[in-house]
Design a protein around this ligand. Sequence first.
Ligand code: HGY
Ligand code: MN
Ligand code: MN
Length: 396
Amino acid sequence: MKLAEFGATPAGGVNRLALSDEEIAARKVLVAWAQDAGLKPRHDPVANLFFRLEGSDIGAAPVLSGSHIDSQPTGGKFDGTFGVLAALEAVSAIAAHGKRPRRSIDVVAWMNEEGSRFSPGMMGSEAFTGQRPLEDIFAVVDAEGVAVKDAVARVLDADAGIASGPLGFPVHVFVEAHIEQGPVLERDGLAIGVVTGIQGSRRFRVTVTGEAAHAGTTPRGERRDAVLAAARMINALAGLTAEPADVMFTVGLLRVRPNAPSVVPEEAYFSIDLRHPDNAVLTRLGDAIAACCAQEKGPCGLDVQEIASAPSLDFPEALRRRISTVAERLGLGWREIYSAAGHDARQLHYHCDSGMIFVPCRDGISHNEAEWAEPEHLADGARVLTDVLWDAANDP
Ligand code: HGY
Ligand code: MN
Ligand code: MN
């Protein structure tokens, strides 16, 4: 609730975009809470933020747990934030009981998971795991032309007095707690979701180039209307991706230039977010997108860029079992569940054994200001996370 004050919207949601002033203010509160708990804060060159509970064997690869505190523009209080605060709560509780694990435990808030201000998302975890070169990440600009490189420098400056750490280090196990962002756990009346994997996704940006012209005087045959062409493309893409029924196709961003009512649009720029659990389906449909757009372009120019591609994955069985064993031990109802939403754990999966713990959220609503989760569900998730982190931090 306190963190939700940073970027709070009148409708009760959160607008705390990556590397924004709101996120800088929220980081300061996180650091203060961590220091109160006796943890050591540090950041890395892409402004990932870490809080460490030092273990007795400081040479052993640490356990890592966390998520993100950046939000969508009309985001909720819990997406990402729960995972960071549950990890902070877990480590604070361990420290408060004077218990010292063998392996250090690091809490992490990843930079720019959501990818709305700077696309694509998951930049912090991609840089940490070496999945995307730092210069590519730093070169991305937002709609105002601000580059990630400059926005990161500003955040690092604002992190007054925080130690700097390396970009990437060996990790024993990564665990991310997150609200489900779907209706299954609530429908089944279960407290814990043991996440089996994450569906694959491919993201594109399409630029349709027409010609600005007078809306009243320009004859139809002479028009190069970028919006009419984009509309035909989006409609055709919806048809292309209509089957199988569980293909997720979203055009969430559409920018028109000059975006003036009496000017035939000279440019339409739109996003494509395509997701499916079967990599073969994702390959077949994703590879057909450019041709599908080209068929509808008419007299306009067309540029289709794929900006991110991540195959569907299954988390390791042993870590899933570790989570379900803890849920059993705590007497909490659980089930296995597949993640339709993307998470930083998808990047860590290629770096170390990774897993996720879901808790229910009301009506499965997320990426919406009405997002809500019950305190006792959040507490149950944090309890499972605490035991999982403690167990893993004492692995030989
Ligand atoms: O889009 C996603 O799946 C994530 O919530 N950013
Ligand atoms: Mn999230
Ligand atoms: Mn999200």
